[in-house]
Design a protein around this ligand. Sequence first.
Ligand SMILES: NC(=O)c1ccc[n+]([C@@H]2O[C@H](COP(=O)([O-])OP(=O)(O)OC[C@H]3O[C@@H](n4cnc5c(N)ncnc54)[C@H](OP(=O)(O)O)[C@@H]3O)[C@@H](O)[C@H]2O)c1
Length: 258
Amino acid sequence: MTTKTVLITGASSGIGYAIAKRFASEGYAVVLVARRKEKLDAVAKELKQKYATPVTTISHDLSAHNAARTLYTKMGELNINVDVLVNNAGRGHYGQCIDLDVEMEEETIALNVTALTSLSKLFGKAMASRHQGHIINIASIAAFIPGPGMAVYNASKAFVLSFSEALHEELRASGVGVTASCPGPTESEFFELAGTDKMDNLKYAQMMSADVVADEIYTAMIKNKSFVVHGASNKLVTMLPRTMPRTLVARMVKALMK
Ligand SMILES: NC(=O)c1ccc[n+]([C@@H]2O[C@H](COP(=O)([O-])OP(=O)(O)OC[C@H]3O[C@@H](n4cnc5c(N)ncnc54)[C@H](OP(=O)(O)O)[C@@H]3O)[C@@H](O)[C@H]2O)c1
């Protein structure tokens, strides 16, 4: 049996690192992509030792111009066929939208939206030509609700969910699966980097373990679910816009994001 390969973006920490362990434990060869080379090398060493699986690391800034095409070309040069693509790399910033740096938020959109879209299109086409493969896009429960306090982040995740659901349907007959994963608050470096330490209410958030989220993502892929929301209380949050006026939901989120 030939070894399958998974490419995971944002595999140097948090949910991406947990996903890398989960796939390695299933015998996948793993391609780890992120910017911090030393972190990727440490993850690679751990995966090789623990699971005796082939690991390739690629230090790459996915918010750079043409980042997706460069990565896709690199995979061709390395002669690596990607069976499963996990678009996990993402970031967000906390604050009043008009006060947050314009260039910084453009980079967030380039990473969360542009790179994810182009990687899905490029690898999705290659997978469809082989009539097999799977794309996993990490969205968020933020995809279901507007986010006063993290306006660009929530909007980017709404894009990821909508795009993934559409792609799931488009590719259904091709043998390629597409799944959007929607975690709620999960243990990772995300909150520190997002600047949410300024948020008083964060201490009330119930953090899920990244390993549990990764396990549920793997199961959702096997079942070819179009999307999965992780955790019971997070499922409840995603129901809000379906039961309440949207203006009220936005006001409630604004109050919670204090
Ligand atoms: N944690 C949560 O509560 C939560 C909830 C819902 C959804 N999510 C989503 O889950 C995904 C993973 O985030 P996380 O929570 O695991 O946070 P994290 O620990 O900060 O991980 C983010 C990953 O993305 C990589 N990354 C960031 N900018 C990059 C860039 N420009 N180019 C390439 N890689 C980049 C980071 O590596 P380098 O810094 O080494 O590049 C890191 O590996 C994100 O899409 C996030 O939006 C998280």
